[in-house]
Design a protein around this ligand. Structure first.
Ligand code: MEV
Length: 315
């Protein structure tokens, strides 16, 4: 019996600014978070009849041939096999992830990305990030309704991206890396639900919501300039303002508002919810002096887990 093994991984992500408005054509910025990642290992066994999927973190083990069409892991595999024009090999795809599930850090998109890359490596086809991203987007659509595509893009490119729906993403370099404290609520962010709620409110009052989306666009444009200039005071203020607009859209929650207030009171330049909202996480922009105090403050305010990460450093 011969074995061959193909391993690929993908980082987590955070949305820096512009979530929700990005679904309506406004710009957003997102960045990969390399401290957390998803890994897929495809072990091909010549004499195995089935391809097994083993996702211990999700308590799942099943054969691809018996998986329901709506299973996201199976869908990522099927779409990639179709794309590389190969039948499923026998063996096992083992999926592991340190990204909090449904925590607003793109765990699903990262797992799909790792699967796509492992299968492409086995098929001997180096898929460019745009092709990986397109396959992962199809999987994301299954569970997220009408995603903008920003999550799969930032994870597949593994670089900070400037994103406008329907346009080629612009990966960008961050000339002055900065620190974020990522405070997780421990509550799943129901992205499909919040995106659906915003859509319902936009349909009921398009003038108000187009106005809110335009406000976000203004903040994101200013945020990009502040980020490129390394002006953390201004960027932080813009992030906190973005959080306030997300609150007006109805996607914040008392715990998210508490974490933002606690981070800012402890010396962050600014803070906001990141991702779909209601749960998930808050990101706070800090310097190395404030990081420890902000970490403590968000713990005290009820954060379930905290990550301190540099943004703009490719490790
Ligand atoms: C979710 O990470 C970001 C949202 O803007 C949804 C999307 O862009 O698809 C809330």
């Amino acid at each position: 019996m011969s074995h061959a093994r193909y391993t690929a991984s993908a980082p987590g992500k955070i949305i820096l600014m512009g979530e929700h408005a990005v679904v309506y054509g406004r710009p957003a910025m997102a960045a990969p978070v390399f401290q957390v990642q998803a890994t897929a290992t495809l072990t091909v066994e010549d004499d195995a009849a089935e391809l097994w999927i083993d996702a211990a973190d999700l308590n799942q083990r099943f054969a691809l041939s018996t998986a329901p069409p709506a299973d996201p892991l199976a869908l990522a595999l099927r779409l990639t096999l179709a794309s590389v024009q190969r039948p499923a090999p026998g063996g096992e795809v083992r999926v592991r992830s340190t990204i909090p599930v449904a925590g607003g850090m793109g765990s699903g998109a990262a797992v799909s990305t790792a699967i796509v890359r492992a299968v492409a490596a086995w098929a001997g086809q180096a898929l460019p990030p745009a092709a990986v991203s397109a396959l992962v987007y199809e999987v994301e659509c299954l569970h997220h309704g009408t995603p903008s595509g920003i999550d799969n893009t930032v994870i597949a490119y593994a670089q900070p991206v400037w994103f406008v729906k329907g346009q080629p993403p612009q990966p960008f370099d961050i000339p002055h890396p900065f620190w974020l404290v990522i405070a997780s609520t421990g509550i799943a962010s129901p992205t499909r639900e919040t995106v659906g709620d915003v859509r319902g409110q936009w349909q009921a009052d398009p003038t108000r919501f187009e106005g809110l989306f335009d406000q976000v666009a203004g903040l994101v444009n200013a945020g990009r300039a502040a980020m490129l200039a390394g002006d953390w005071f201004h960027l932080g203020a813009l992030m906190t303002a973005n959080h306030a607009v997300l609150g007006q859209m109805g996607v914040s929650a008392p715990i998210l508002d508490r974490l933002v207030a606690a981070a800012n009171a402890a010396g962050a330049f600014g803070a906001k919810l990141s991702g779909g909202g209601r749960g998930g996480n808050v990101i706070a922009l800090v310097d190395s002096i404030a990081a420890a105090a902000v970490e403590q403050a968000v713990h005290d305010a009820g954060a379930a887990a905290v990550i301190i990460t540099p943004i703009g450093v490719n490790t």
